[in-house]
Design a protein around this ligand. Structure first.
Ligand SMILES: O=P(O)(O)O[C@@H]1[C@@H](OP(=O)(O)O)[C@H](OP(=O)(O)O)[C@H](O)[C@H](OP(=O)(O)O)[C@H]1OP(=O)(O)O
Ligand SMILES: Nc1ncnc2c1ncn2[C@@H]1O[C@H](COP(=O)(O)OP(=O)(O)OP(=O)(O)O)[C@@H](O)[C@H]1O
Length: 477
C-alpha cells in the first residue's frame, strides 16, 4: 500500500481551532475543581491531592517510566464520571532505583540495578509540560484521526505534602503487587515524585456495558528508504526480536513473529496474519504487544497458568460472539476482526504517517548530520541540550511546509517525536451497538523522549543490525 499522502496539518487553520477547543475544555474543567460540584461536560477534572484517599486506589499497570493506579472507591464524582461510568486513573512518574538509593529513600529493600531505563536528565535538560505537549505537539497531528478523546487528558496533580503522604500509603499498599523486574529497576519517590497526573482508566469496566478491551503496542510501521539492506527489508520489531532472543531464534520462529508492517498494511490477509501472531504471543504469556481486558479484568489464556484464566477467557469469547452476532467466532478471530476494523486501521494509518514523516532519514542519517554540522557523532554527545516546546513547534511548521533544510536541533526533535509515535500503545474498546459493535480508540504513552537518550538510540540500532546480520547469515535467511 502506498504511504498515506502528506497532510501538513501544522500549517492549516485546523490546528488552532482544535487546539483552542481543547484548551477551552480544560479551562472549563479547571473552573470546576470542587468535587461536590455537579458534573459538567468535561471529565476528568483536576483533583487536589487532599481529595485522594489511598484506600480507594490500587495498582493497575506500569511501564519503564510510569506507574498507573486505578480508582476502586465508591462511584462518586469526580473519580467516576457519573454520567457514563468512566473512571479515573492516576499516572505517577517513577524514579530509577539508582536515584532512589542515591537520595537514601527507603521505599523497599530491593537492590539497585544499573539497567534502569529511566534516563537521568542531562544538566540542561528541562521537563516539557505534558499538557502543553499534548495540546501543542500531539493534538494538531492527531485531532482529525479519531474521536476528540483519542489522546486521554493528563491533568497534573499539584505536588503538596498531602500528595507525599498519599504516595507513602500507596507505596506500602502496592509494592508487593508490582512485577519484580520493574521493582528492581524503579520505584515511586514519595517525597519528590516525578509528575503525577489524573487521567482516564482506559481498561476500567463500564456499568451495564460489557466491554472487551485490546491494548496493542504496534511499534514501528515503516522501513527506512536508505542505509542497511536488512533495515530496508525487515521490520525493526522483528530485527530487534532476534537481539532480544539472544540470536537463538530459529528461522521458523522468526517467520511466525508478529510483523508490524502486516498490521499497518490495511490488507485483510496481512492484518489477519499480524493478529494471529499477536494472539499467539499473548497465548504464550508474552503480552508485551497485546493485552486483553474484559470489564476491567485482565484476560489470560488458560495455558498461561493464571488461576481462573479459562473462565474469563470463555466470558470474553461469549461477549465477542454476541457483539458480532456470530456464534462461531472464537477470540482469536474476534481480535483479527477488531484489528482490521476501519476505526483501528484509520488510527494505525495516521500513526504510521507520523512515524515516517518525523523520521525521514533514520537515526543513521541524523548521526551523519550531527557529524557534518557539529563534527561529532550522536554517540559522543554527553547531552546537555534540551529542546523546548517552541522549538518543537517550529520544527513541526517546517516539516509541515515541506522544508527540507532542518538544523541539527530540528532533526533531533523530529527523530525523537517519531520515536514517541513508534513506542505508544493503542487501547481499543469494543462494546455493544445497535447493529455493529461500537469501537473506541485511544493512544497512550506519547511522552517526549529525552535528548539524553540519543546515543543509546543510535547504539541499540547498530547492535540490532549487527546481531541480525550475523544471525541471518547463520540461519541462511
Ligand atoms: O527501543 P524499543 O523499541 O525496545 O522500545 C522501548 C520499549 O521496549 P519494547 O516495546 O518492549 O521493545 C520499552 O518498553 P518496556 O519498558 O520494555 O515495556 C520502553 O517503552 C522504551 O521507552 P522508554 O525508555 O520507557 O521511553 C522503548 O524505548 P524507545 O526506543 O521507544 O525509546
Ligand atoms: N489511561 C490508561 N488506562 C489504563 N491503562 C493505562 C493507561 N495509560 C497507561 N496504561 C497502562 O500502563 C502502562 C504504562 O503506562 P505508560 O505507557 O504511560 O508508561 P511508560 O512507563 O511510559 O511505558 P513504556 O515503558 O512502555 O514507555 C501502559 O503500557 C498501559 O498498559
Amino acid at each position: 500500500m502506498p504511504p498515506t499522502p502528506f497532510h501538513p496539518t501544522h500549517t492549516t487553520p485546523f490546528k488552532s481551532s482544535i487546539s483552542s477547543s481543547q484548551q477551552a475544555k480544560r479551562r472549563e474543567a479547571l473552573q470546576s475543581t470542587n468535587p461536590t460540584s455537579t458534573q459538567g461536560d468535561s471529565w476528568p477534572i483536576p483533583v487536589n491531592a487532599d481529595q485522594l484517599d489511598a484506600r480507594h486506589w490500587t495498582y493497575l499497570a506500569e511501564g519503564g517510566k510510569n506507574l498507573l493506579l486505578r480508582y476502586t472507591g465508591p462511584d462518586v464524582y469526580p473519580f467516576v464520571n457519573t454520567r457514563d461510568g468512566r473512571r479515573m486513573a492516576l499516572r505517577i512518574g517513577k524514579s530509577s532505583r539508582q536515584q532512589l538509593n542515591d537520595k537514601g529513600a527507603s521505599i523497599s529493600s530491593e537492590p539497585s540495578s544499573s539497567s534502569s531505563n529511566i534516563q537521568q536528565k542531562g544538566g540542561d535538560e528541562q521537563e516539557i509540560d505534558s499538557e502543553e505537549w499534548q495540546e501543542r505537539i500531539l493534538l494538531p497531528d492527531l485531532a482529525d484521526a479519531g474521536s476528540d478523546e483519542l489522546v486521554p487528558p493528563l491533568i497534573r496533580v499539584e505536588s503538596t505534602k498531602a500528595l507525599n503522604s498519599f504516595l507513602r500509603f500507596i507505596i506500602s499498599k502496592i509494592e508487593g503487587l508490582r512485577p519484580i523486574e520493574r521493582r528492581l529497576k524503579t520505584g515511586i519517590d514519595a517525597d519528590k515524585p516525578s509528575e503525577v497526573f489524573i487521567t482516564e482508566d482506559l481498561s476500567a469496566p463500564i456499568p451495564n456495558h460489557p466491554c472487551l478491551i485490546l491494548e496493542i503496542k504496534p511499534k514501528c510501521g515503516f522501513l527506512p528508504k536508505e542505509g542497511d539492506a536488512w533495515k530496508q527489508s525487515t521490520s525493526r520489531f522483528r530485527m530487534h526480536s532476534v537481539l532480544k532472543g539472544d540470536a537463538k531464534l530459529t528461522k521458523e520462529e522468526f517467520e511466525a513473529l508478529y510483523d508490524p508492517l502486516d498490521l499497518y498494511s490495511g490488507q485483510p490477509d496481512r492484518v489477519e496474519k499480524a493478529a494471529t501472531a499477536l494472539y499467539a504471543s499473548w497465548q504464550q504469556g508474552r503480552e508485551n504487544n497485546l493485552r486483553i481486558f474484559l470489564d476491567g479484568k485482565k484476560v489470560e489464556h488458560p495455558t498461561s497458568v493464571i488461576e481462573g484464566g479459562a473462565g474469563i477467557m470463555e466470558q470474553a469469547e461469549t461477549l465477542t460472539k454476541k457483539l458480532y452476532n456470530d456464534p462461531n467466532l472464537n477470540l482469536a478471530q474476534a481480535v483479527a476482526r477488531i484489528l482490521a476494523s476501519e476505526q483501528v486501521q484509520t488510527i494505525l494509518k495516521r500513526l504510521r504517517t507520523l512515524q515516517q514523516r518525523y523520521d525521514p532519514i533514520d537515526v543513521e542519517g541524523v548521526d551523519k548530520e550531527a557529524q557534518r554540522q557539529e563534527g561529532k557523532s550522536l554517540l559522543d554527545r554527553t547531552d546537555e541540550m534540551s529542546i523546548s516546546l517552541a522549538e518543537y513547534e517550529s520544527m513541526l511548521a517546517k516539516v509541515g511546509s515541506g522544508e527540507k533544510n532542518l538544523s541539527l536541533r530540528e532533526l533531533i526533535a523530529s527523530f525523537l517525536l517519531s520515536t514517541s509515535y513508534k513506542d505508544c500503545s493503542l487501547f481499543i474498546r469494543i462494546s455493544d451497538g445497535p447493529n455493529e459493535p461500537v469501537i473506541h480508540t485511544h493512544l497512550v504513552d506519547l511522552d517526549p523522549k529525552p535528548v539524553v537518550k540519543l546515543p543509546y538510540l543510535l547504539s541499540i540500532d547498530r547492535e540490532i543490525t549487527k546481531t541480525f546480520t550475523e544471525w541471518a547469515k547463520d540461519v541462511q535467511l
